[in-house]
Design a protein around this ligand. Structure first.
Ligand code: UT7
Length: 332
């Protein structure tokens, strides 16, 4: 293996999933769909849904505190908090500042949100890596928290079957013993923004009674098929670029953690990358697509299950609205 020595490592992860389970059978009672269609076309069996009184900040707070505890750190140790979310509690101020306050991080820490949809966790890890490389801090908290149920049109069978709620967090610290980020590759294509968006509710098109009635402030996917094709193409390309940059042969990858949107997307991406499915982490059947929280939740579960141990090489790939996409190779 060649490539540059790593700068930043993930020293701990944690997750929070709400208790309430929504099964495909529950969805059959809401829209014209069936358990068999959802399982065959997506691989999803159930997802978690947060109750009204649990928000993205609440879930992010719990994941953040869990990750800090696992790393043996105090909130006062955190130099920067980067939050990725498509479902902030409010538009201003950021979810990150609210989490900073909730966990009691010090005022010498900076906190901000990024908007990169499902790719947000990988983008945020790269921002953390850059901050450490610039020598501006020692401990960075990356939190991905998503209450997708709050932006879903529960009458739209094309989208309501796909998503779930949850949060994941990672503590990022300077590398040691060759552990950490080996290579990354991130891209976006704003020309494809109309494929997946919330058309109304921003400054350009503020909410009106009519747009609320028409649910134009909810998540709208124009062509699932086109998103599907772009996802496979872009994640496969990003994964290959990362393996090339890190000088990793495919048999050096111990675990692939792809974004969990659709089991057919996961299988196609793994096939393109040449990675057998027994090396691919999948929890989609239990949680659906938790947007940017997906990858940290997977990492946390993979470690708990013993599929990630110190020294394991993990290849992560993600894509989402924007469109955004990326991949990262990391030695655990
Ligand atoms: O993070 C990014 C988030 N987005 C995604 O990841 C989406 C990626 N795309 C996908 O996962 C798949 O395209 C879907 C699961 C969304 C759809 O699967 P598909 O195999 O591409 O189906 P399709 O959109 O081509 O629709 C096939 C049929 C249509 O009926 P007709 O026109 O053939 O009569 C749809 O109306 O399936 C129908 N359909 C459904 N039927 C039952 C669409 N949604 C449903 C549903 N239940 N929930």
């Amino acid at each position: 293996m060649n490539g540059r020595p790593p700068i930043a490592r993930v020293s701990a992860t944690a997750r929070f999933l709400p208790d309430q389970v929504m099964t495909n059978a529950d969805l059959e009672r809401l829209v014209d769909t069936s358990d068999s269609w959802i399982r065959e076309r997506t691989g999803i069996r159930e997802r978690r849904i947060a109750p009204d009184d649990i928000t993205a900040v609440d879930m992010g707070e719990r994941a953040a505190l869990g990750a800090l505890a696992k790393a043996g750190l105090e909130p006062s140790d955190v130099d920067m908090i980067v939050v990725s979310t498509a479902t902030p509690d409010r538009l201003l101020p950021s979810t990150a500042c609210e989490i900073q306050s909730r966990i009691g991080a010090s005022r010498s820490c900076l906190a901000f949100d990024i908007s990169a949809a499902c790719t947000g966790f990988l983008y945020a890890l790269s921002i953390a890596e850059g901050y450490l490389a610039a020598g501006r801090g020692e401990t960075i908290l990356v939190v991905s928290t998503e209450k997708m149920s709050s932006i879903i049109d529960w009458d739209d069978r094309a989208t309501c079957i796909l998503f779930g709620d949850g949060a994941g967090a990672a503590v990022v610290q300077p590398s040691r013993n060759g552990e950490g980020i080996l290579a990354s590759f991130h891209r976006s294509d704003g020309d494809l923004a109309p494929l997946l968006q919330r058309p109304v509710g921003g400054a350009a098109k503020p909410l009106t009674e009519e747009s609320l009635r028409n649910r134009e402030h909810m998540l709208l996917m124009k062509s699932g098929r086109e998103v599907f094709r772009s996802a496979v193409r872009s994640m496969a390309h990003a994964g290959n670029m990362v393996m090339e940059e890190a000088g990793l042969d495919v048999d050096r990858i111990d675990l692939m953690v792809p974004h969990q949107a659709n089991s057919r997307i996961i299988e196609s991406t793994a096939r393109y990358a040449g990675i057998p499915m027994d090396k691919v982490f999948v929890n989609l059947h239990r949680y659906g697509n938790i947007s940017s929280a997906t990858i940290p939740v997977c990492l946390d579960e993979a470690e708990e299950e013993g599929r990630l141990v110190p020294g394991s090489v993990v290849l992560m790939t993600a894509f989402g609205a924007g469109l955004t996409w990326g991949a990262m190779a990391l030695r655990w």
